[in-house]
Write a protein that binds this ligand. Structure first.
Ligand code: ACO
Length: 331
């Protein structure tokens, strides 16, 4: 069974409620029809009657709950929660109301925070920054986690490397200022994400342009230091570095560049040294190897909220909703 079909089956087995705030985009409704028809999740769609009528034409979304952000009996509860969470940042009830009406992602995050939804998916027509900022502000990180990061579950066709072509790549979406401590934290979160989504044991490679000291530079030292921190924090995790990509993935190269490593040549969870490397890396594999790229899935948030690429198809929204539902089951 393909990876995503297994995720659909898991989502259907214990249905969660996912909120979709992008009623201004037709792809939301195309995806919603499929999600509802196949029983992947219960859906809440945020939008005015005009937005819903205009953009849902031709799609059967009769099973969804529609919430009009201008006329919702629960709205005051969400305004109160917004103010409770952000009054220290100067947010007043008027500002909260205006922000929720202007940007439905705030509304969606407040629904999750108040327990009226299990997760949210947005980003088909909003940038990553605008999609995740409300979640960072309102939902915050899980206890003990300093930074939210974003991974892609990559499914490479006809590939024996990794877990038969399945990989987690991180951070591909969020942190522009990765230091050793953040890289180590991302290694632990990515390992958990890999295990949760694939059921297989993670083997984490901390990537660089150097393998085990073959090059000397501050960039290399940053990753080597991250490896040291991660090994101390997660002593039971199969993790190694710093490794070049070929040493991480290809058994013969791993054996020659990092002999004795528990990970080299067999890595399935790749931690990139910078956002540039991670973002470019996942797009290279997606485009040149025609790999499935599910995400960016956020890890480290207190509740499951996920982003989409603005170039996504309705099918991608269905996949990310299913992944979000499975994350919600794991809470
Ligand atoms: N983890 C947890 N909290 C965070 C993080 C993080 N990684 N980053 C910011 N925050 C918190 C801040 O502490 C702050 O909280 P506060 O308001 O309670 O004090 C809040 O989020 C807002 O932080 P700012 O720094 O003011 O927000 P800003 O919008 O500047 O930055 C953002 C956050 C949006 C994540 C930014 O880092 C960013 O734009 N990253 C790059 C996103 C991107 O463009 N990715 C590439 C494209 S993705 C793709 O191709 C699929």
């Amino acid at each position: 069974m393909a990876f995503i079909d297994e995720v659909y089956a898991r989502a259907k087995a214990d249905k969660k409620t996912i909120v979709l705030p992008e009623s201004m985009d037709k792809r939301t409704f195309e995806a919603a029809e499929k999600i509802l028809k196949e029983g992947i999740a219960n859906l809440i769609i945020i939008g005015t009657p005009e937005e819903i009528a205009e953009n849902s034409k031709g799609y059967d979304i009769s099973g969804a709950t529609i919430v009009d952000p201008f006329n919702d009996p629960n709205k005051q509860k969400y305004i109160d929660k917004f103010v409770e969470l952000r009054s220290k940042k100067g947010v007043t009830p008027e500002m909260a109301k205006e922000q929720m009406e202007k940007d439905y992602m705030y509304y969606a995050c407040l629904m999750c925070k108040c327990g009226d939804a299990d997760g949210a998916v947005s980003g088909a027509c909003h940038s990553t920054g605008n999609t995740i900022r409300p979640a960072l502000q309102l939902l915050k990180t899980k206890p003990g986690i300093s930074s939210v990061s974003g991974f892609f579950l990559m499914e490479v066709p006809n590939c024996e490397l990794g877990e038969n072509g399945l990989f987690v790549f991180a951070d591909c979406a969020v942190n522009t200022d990765l230091d050793s401590a953040k890289l180590a934290e991302i290694a632990g979160l990515s390992a958990e994400s890999f295990r949760m989504l694939t059921g297989a044991e993670p083997k984490v490679a901390m990537l660089s342009y150097s393998s085990k000291g073959s090059a000397k530079h501050d960039d290399v030292t940053k990753v080597a230091e991250a490896v040291k921190i991660a090994k101390e924090k997660f002593p039971d995790l199969a993790l190694d570095g710093e490794l070049q990509l070929d040493a991480a993935l290809v058994p013969s190269v791993g054996a020659s560049k990092a002999p004795g490593s528990p990970v080299a040549g067999h890595a399935n969870t790749l931690v990139f040294p910078s956002l540039e490397a991670g973002n470019i890396g996942y797009k290279l594999v997606q485009r040149l190897a025609k790999a499935g790229a599910y995400g960016p899935v956020l890890q480290g948030l207190s509740l499951p909220v996920n982003d989409l690429s603005r170039g996504c198809f309705a099918e991608d929204i269905v996949g990310v909703v299913a992944i979000t539902a499975v994350q919600a089951q794991g809470r």
